[in-house]
Design a binder for this molecule. Sequence first.
Ligand code: ADP
Ligand code: MG
Length: 368
Amino acid sequence: MAKITLDNLAHSYLPNPKGEDDFALKELNHDWEDGSAYALLGSSGCGKSTLLNIISGLLHPSQGRILFNDNDVTAAPTAERNIAQVFQFPVVYDTMTVRENLAFPLKNRGSDPAYVASRVQQIAQMIGMEAMLDRKARGLTADAKQKISLGRGMVREDVNAILFDEPLTVIDPHMKWELRTQLKSLHREFGHTMIYVTHDQTEALTFADKVVVMYDGRVVQMGTPQELFERPEHTFVGYFIGSPGMNLLDARVDGRTAHVEGCAIDLGAGYRPLSGRVQIGVRPEYVRLTADPAGMPVRVRRVEDVGRHKIVRADFFGTEINIIAGEGESLSPDMNRISFAPGSINVYADDWRVAPEGAQADPMGRAA
Ligand code: ADP
Ligand code: MG
């Protein structure tokens, strides 16, 4: 198992990249701690697979170095890196049985036959394929083949890391939850460094200790699910995570007051003068619909009952604002004002979060 360090890494698929736009992966410095379970989250095309393939050695980066436990492996071929990788679509040997497919990575390394047999049995149980061990892979459903691929990724106990690239795409929904739970327990048992790529926030937040969010070829934030929720470092993290995502309103910030459409909002802390596009971000969970005349005026457009809570879609001076009202909260037609919970507002300049003045920098180098 290994700590993985990305040092000044960048990648362009073009032979002569001109500017930053030509890079699928913008310059990146990042440590993946040994034994942690990470989710790599971002929308399609943001560079997740590119990054994974560079770590496993399938792709050679145009710039920078990859270190495993401080050893430079940038030039090392995939086999030497001792990494298991599971792809979005099944990679299985059709002419082999399920058992032979699962055993392959172990046999390949010359493992003891008795160990291979018991380990294969264990993995077959995890992926729910014990009954099919002697069937040929040919003729199995895509779903079953992908489970074999997952099993093959997990079968070796001695790998440096296991990389999963959207592995549950072709798996049917009820099995997804089951397999994700298995992956988590595998992680608890063996403590492999795991990187799990997904574009699904629920998958990311339920799988990982730490979520790494990518946007447009950049890592914009790494944090616990709670950090991503409370303090999104980039507006993308704000609206990508959460359901619905963070409300963003254009604002003018003056000291500890934000001015939005003639309303003055207390930010709870002071800010230095800001330039660029300034916005405030407030999660729907922290917006309250009220009849209190001291609130800011909104026009309620629609109320959606989603079971545990209600989502109120309202219009705030021409901008849609979403409000989450808890189960116990009763809504009435005279509620046409909103207020924001104290301490719940984040301030952004050109999409990046600005820390209030006097905030302590945390050990990650970000501001609290
Ligand atoms: P993700 O996995 O997040 O969907 P990718 O890493 O596959 O994103 O792609 C990142 C960017 O690089 C995209 O703009 C994609 O079109 C481009 N890209 C990916 N693979 C190649 C390739 N082999 N050749 C050229 N461009 C590529
Ligand atoms: Mg991909």
